[in-house]
Design a protein around this ligand. Structure first.
Ligand code: PEP
Length: 250
Protein backbone atom coordinates (compact mmCIF):
# COMPACT_ATOMS: atom_id res chain seq x y z
CA UNK A 1 0.00 0.00 0.00
CA UNK A 2 1.15 3.53 -0.76
CA UNK A 3 -0.70 6.42 0.85
CA UNK A 4 -1.10 10.09 0.04
CA UNK A 5 -2.44 12.34 2.79
CA UNK A 6 -3.24 15.95 1.97
CA UNK A 7 -2.80 18.51 4.75
CA UNK A 8 -4.88 21.54 3.77
CA UNK A 9 -3.54 23.54 6.74
CA UNK A 10 -5.73 26.66 7.20
CA UNK A 11 -7.08 26.72 3.65
CA UNK A 12 -10.49 26.29 2.00
CA UNK A 13 -13.87 27.72 2.86
CA UNK A 14 -16.88 25.46 3.33
CA UNK A 15 -17.86 25.97 -0.33
CA UNK A 16 -14.31 25.22 -1.53
CA UNK A 17 -14.10 22.13 0.70
CA UNK A 18 -17.36 20.79 -0.72
CA UNK A 19 -16.19 21.41 -4.28
CA UNK A 20 -12.79 19.79 -3.59
CA UNK A 21 -14.20 16.52 -2.26
CA UNK A 22 -16.75 16.36 -5.06
CA UNK A 23 -13.93 16.73 -7.61
CA UNK A 24 -11.62 14.28 -5.82
CA UNK A 25 -14.35 11.63 -5.67
CA UNK A 26 -15.02 12.07 -9.35
CA UNK A 27 -11.35 11.97 -10.36
CA UNK A 28 -10.10 9.13 -8.14
CA UNK A 29 -10.56 5.61 -9.45
CA UNK A 30 -11.99 3.08 -7.02
CA UNK A 31 -8.62 1.33 -6.53
CA UNK A 32 -7.01 4.70 -5.69
CA UNK A 33 -9.57 5.99 -3.23
CA UNK A 34 -8.54 3.63 -0.39
CA UNK A 35 -5.09 5.13 -0.33
CA UNK A 36 -6.08 8.79 -0.17
CA UNK A 37 -6.60 10.83 2.99
CA UNK A 38 -7.63 14.48 3.28
CA UNK A 39 -6.91 16.54 6.38
CA UNK A 40 -9.14 19.63 6.36
CA UNK A 41 -9.31 22.43 8.93
CA UNK A 42 -11.69 21.45 11.77
CA UNK A 43 -14.39 23.96 10.81
CA UNK A 44 -14.94 22.44 7.37
CA UNK A 45 -14.86 18.84 8.59
CA UNK A 46 -18.60 18.53 8.34
CA UNK A 47 -18.54 19.39 4.62
CA UNK A 48 -15.75 16.90 4.04
CA UNK A 49 -17.44 14.14 6.05
CA UNK A 50 -20.71 14.67 4.16
CA UNK A 51 -19.00 14.89 0.80
CA UNK A 52 -17.00 11.69 1.35
CA UNK A 53 -19.85 9.66 2.77
CA UNK A 54 -20.02 6.36 0.88
CA UNK A 55 -16.54 6.84 -0.61
CA UNK A 56 -13.44 4.97 0.53
CA UNK A 57 -11.40 8.20 0.56
CA UNK A 58 -10.70 8.80 4.24
CA UNK A 59 -10.27 12.04 6.15
CA UNK A 60 -8.85 13.24 9.44
CA UNK A 61 -8.14 16.17 11.70
CA UNK A 62 -5.01 18.31 11.68
CA UNK A 63 -4.89 18.26 15.47
CA UNK A 64 -6.97 17.15 18.44
CA UNK A 65 -6.88 17.71 22.15
CA UNK A 66 -5.76 15.09 24.67
CA UNK A 67 -9.00 15.21 26.66
CA UNK A 68 -12.45 14.30 25.38
CA UNK A 69 -14.21 17.20 27.14
CA UNK A 70 -13.85 19.85 29.81
CA UNK A 71 -12.64 23.40 30.31
CA UNK A 72 -10.36 23.55 27.26
CA UNK A 73 -11.63 26.55 25.33
CA UNK A 74 -10.96 26.45 21.63
CA UNK A 75 -9.94 22.80 21.45
CA UNK A 76 -11.47 19.85 19.54
CA UNK A 77 -11.72 16.30 20.79
CA UNK A 78 -10.64 13.10 19.13
CA UNK A 79 -13.92 11.50 20.21
CA UNK A 80 -15.94 14.08 18.25
CA UNK A 81 -13.71 13.73 15.21
CA UNK A 82 -14.36 10.00 15.29
CA UNK A 83 -18.09 10.57 15.73
CA UNK A 84 -18.05 12.77 12.62
CA UNK A 85 -16.46 9.98 10.61
CA UNK A 86 -12.77 10.83 10.76
CA UNK A 87 -10.23 8.02 10.53
CA UNK A 88 -7.04 9.97 11.35
CA UNK A 89 -5.59 12.94 13.13
CA UNK A 90 -2.22 14.56 12.71
CA UNK A 91 -0.31 14.95 15.98
CA UNK A 92 2.72 17.20 16.41
CA UNK A 93 2.87 18.73 12.94
CA UNK A 94 5.89 21.04 12.98
CA UNK A 95 3.60 24.08 12.65
CA UNK A 96 1.87 22.99 15.88
CA UNK A 97 5.21 22.44 17.58
CA UNK A 98 6.83 25.65 16.35
CA UNK A 99 4.06 28.24 16.00
CA UNK A 100 1.82 27.01 18.83
CA UNK A 101 4.58 25.72 21.10
CA UNK A 102 3.04 22.29 21.65
CA UNK A 103 5.10 20.49 24.30
CA UNK A 104 6.22 16.91 23.70
CA UNK A 105 4.51 15.45 26.79
CA UNK A 106 1.22 16.81 25.46
CA UNK A 107 1.84 15.13 22.10
CA UNK A 108 2.19 11.73 23.79
CA UNK A 109 -1.20 12.26 25.44
CA UNK A 110 -2.74 13.30 22.13
CA UNK A 111 -1.45 10.14 20.42
CA UNK A 112 -3.00 8.01 23.17
CA UNK A 113 -6.27 9.99 23.12
CA UNK A 114 -6.55 9.57 19.36
CA UNK A 115 -5.95 5.83 19.58
CA UNK A 116 -8.45 5.49 22.44
CA UNK A 117 -11.05 7.30 20.36
CA UNK A 118 -10.50 4.86 17.50
CA UNK A 119 -8.53 7.25 15.28
CA UNK A 120 -5.15 6.52 13.74
CA UNK A 121 -2.73 9.22 14.90
CA UNK A 122 -0.20 10.39 12.32
CA UNK A 123 2.70 11.45 14.53
CA UNK A 124 4.92 14.01 12.75
CA UNK A 125 8.64 14.25 13.50
CA UNK A 126 11.42 16.17 11.84
CA UNK A 127 14.59 18.14 12.38
CA UNK A 128 15.21 21.83 11.78
CA UNK A 129 17.86 23.20 9.43
CA UNK A 130 20.12 23.81 12.45
CA UNK A 131 19.64 20.27 13.73
CA UNK A 132 20.76 18.95 10.36
CA UNK A 133 23.68 21.33 10.12
CA UNK A 134 24.92 20.20 13.55
CA UNK A 135 24.37 16.51 12.83
CA UNK A 136 21.54 16.19 15.31
CA UNK A 137 18.95 14.77 12.91
CA UNK A 138 19.01 11.23 14.29
CA UNK A 139 18.98 12.39 17.91
CA UNK A 140 16.03 14.74 17.30
CA UNK A 141 13.77 12.41 15.32
CA UNK A 142 14.40 9.44 17.62
CA UNK A 143 13.65 11.62 20.66
CA UNK A 144 10.43 12.92 19.08
CA UNK A 145 9.38 9.39 18.16
CA UNK A 146 10.13 7.99 21.65
CA UNK A 147 8.37 10.84 23.39
CA UNK A 148 5.37 10.83 21.08
CA UNK A 149 4.80 7.07 21.42
CA UNK A 150 5.36 6.88 25.20
CA UNK A 151 1.71 6.19 25.95
CA UNK A 152 0.79 4.67 22.58
CA UNK A 153 -0.75 1.22 22.34
CA UNK A 154 1.24 -0.96 19.89
CA UNK A 155 -1.81 -3.10 19.20
CA UNK A 156 -3.64 -0.10 17.73
CA UNK A 157 -2.72 1.60 14.45
CA UNK A 158 -0.23 4.45 14.36
CA UNK A 159 1.31 6.19 11.37
CA UNK A 160 4.44 8.29 11.33
CA UNK A 161 5.38 11.21 9.12
CA UNK A 162 8.98 12.27 8.68
CA UNK A 163 8.86 15.95 7.81
CA UNK A 164 12.13 17.86 7.91
CA UNK A 165 11.09 21.33 9.08
CA UNK A 166 13.34 23.00 6.51
CA UNK A 167 11.51 21.24 3.67
CA UNK A 168 7.93 22.12 4.68
CA UNK A 169 6.40 24.76 2.44
CA UNK A 170 9.84 25.92 1.30
CA UNK A 171 10.16 24.17 -2.06
CA UNK A 172 13.28 22.42 -0.69
CA UNK A 173 12.93 18.65 -0.89
CA UNK A 174 15.10 16.24 1.07
CA UNK A 175 17.26 14.08 -1.18
CA UNK A 176 16.37 10.39 -1.58
CA UNK A 177 19.46 9.55 0.53
CA UNK A 178 18.39 11.88 3.35
CA UNK A 179 14.83 10.54 3.27
CA UNK A 180 15.83 6.87 3.24
CA UNK A 181 18.36 7.40 6.02
CA UNK A 182 15.79 9.11 8.27
CA UNK A 183 13.06 6.57 7.50
CA UNK A 184 15.40 3.65 8.21
CA UNK A 185 16.32 5.24 11.56
CA UNK A 186 12.63 5.64 12.38
CA UNK A 187 11.86 2.05 11.34
CA UNK A 188 14.60 0.77 13.67
CA UNK A 189 13.37 2.97 16.50
CA UNK A 190 9.81 1.82 16.02
CA UNK A 191 11.05 -1.68 16.87
CA UNK A 192 11.77 -0.48 20.42
CA UNK A 193 8.12 0.55 20.61
CA UNK A 194 6.77 -2.60 19.03
CA UNK A 195 8.90 -5.36 17.58
CA UNK A 196 5.78 -6.90 16.04
CA UNK A 197 4.18 -3.81 14.53
CA UNK A 198 7.19 -1.74 13.44
CA UNK A 199 7.35 -3.14 9.93
CA UNK A 200 3.69 -2.57 9.22
CA UNK A 201 3.61 1.01 10.57
CA UNK A 202 3.38 3.35 7.56
CA UNK A 203 6.08 6.03 7.52
CA UNK A 204 5.14 8.95 5.24
CA UNK A 205 7.57 11.56 3.94
CA UNK A 206 6.47 15.20 3.90
CA UNK A 207 8.20 18.34 2.67
CA UNK A 208 7.47 20.05 -0.65
CA UNK A 209 6.34 16.87 -2.43
CA UNK A 210 5.03 17.60 -5.93
CA UNK A 211 4.13 15.64 -9.05
CA UNK A 212 7.64 16.25 -10.39
CA UNK A 213 9.63 14.93 -7.41
CA UNK A 214 7.29 12.19 -6.15
CA UNK A 215 8.67 9.31 -8.21
CA UNK A 216 12.24 9.53 -6.90
CA UNK A 217 11.08 9.33 -3.26
CA UNK A 218 8.11 7.00 -3.54
CA UNK A 219 10.13 3.89 -4.34
CA UNK A 220 12.51 4.14 -1.37
CA UNK A 221 12.39 1.04 0.81
CA UNK A 222 10.99 2.67 3.95
CA UNK A 223 8.73 5.26 2.33
CA UNK A 224 5.10 4.14 2.57
CA UNK A 225 3.47 7.34 1.42
CA UNK A 226 3.50 11.12 1.42
CA UNK A 227 2.10 13.85 3.64
CA UNK A 228 1.48 16.71 1.23
CA UNK A 229 0.70 20.32 2.09
CA UNK A 230 0.62 22.95 -0.67
CA UNK A 231 0.39 20.53 -3.60
CA UNK A 232 -2.62 18.75 -2.08
CA UNK A 233 -4.81 21.86 -2.37
CA UNK A 234 -5.62 21.05 -5.98
CA UNK A 235 -7.23 17.61 -6.34
CA UNK A 236 -5.62 17.13 -9.77
CA UNK A 237 -2.15 17.82 -8.41
CA UNK A 238 -2.83 15.62 -5.36
CA UNK A 239 -3.78 12.71 -7.62
CA UNK A 240 -0.86 13.42 -9.92
CA UNK A 241 1.48 12.76 -6.96
CA UNK A 242 -0.28 9.52 -6.11
CA UNK A 243 -0.21 8.36 -9.72
CA UNK A 244 3.44 9.34 -10.26
CA UNK A 245 4.31 7.29 -7.16
CA UNK A 246 2.39 4.26 -8.35
CA UNK A 247 3.82 4.48 -11.88
CA UNK A 248 7.30 4.61 -10.40
CA UNK A 249 6.56 1.26 -8.73
CA UNK A 250 5.58 2.32 -5.18
C1 PEP B 1 2.89 19.69 5.41
O1 PEP B 1 2.16 20.64 5.67
O2 PEP B 1 2.87 18.69 6.14
C2 PEP B 1 3.78 19.75 4.24
C3 PEP B 1 4.59 18.77 3.99
O3 PEP B 1 3.67 20.89 3.48
P1 PEP B 1 4.31 21.10 2.00
O4 PEP B 1 3.99 19.88 1.19
O5 PEP B 1 3.63 22.35 1.49
O6 PEP B 1 5.79 21.26 2.19
Amino acid sequence: MFYCAGNWKLNKSTVEAREYVRALRELAKSDEADNLVVLPPALVSFEVAAGLSGSSIRWGGQNCYAEAKGAFTGENSAVTLKEMGASFTLVGHSERRQIFGEPEDMLAKKVAAAQNAGLTPILCVGETQDDRRWNRTQEVIVRQLRQGTQAADPSRPLWLAYEPVWAIGTGLVATPEQVEEAHAILRRSLKEWSATHADETPILYGGSVKGENAASLATLANVDGFLIGGASLDPNEFLKIYRASKSAGA
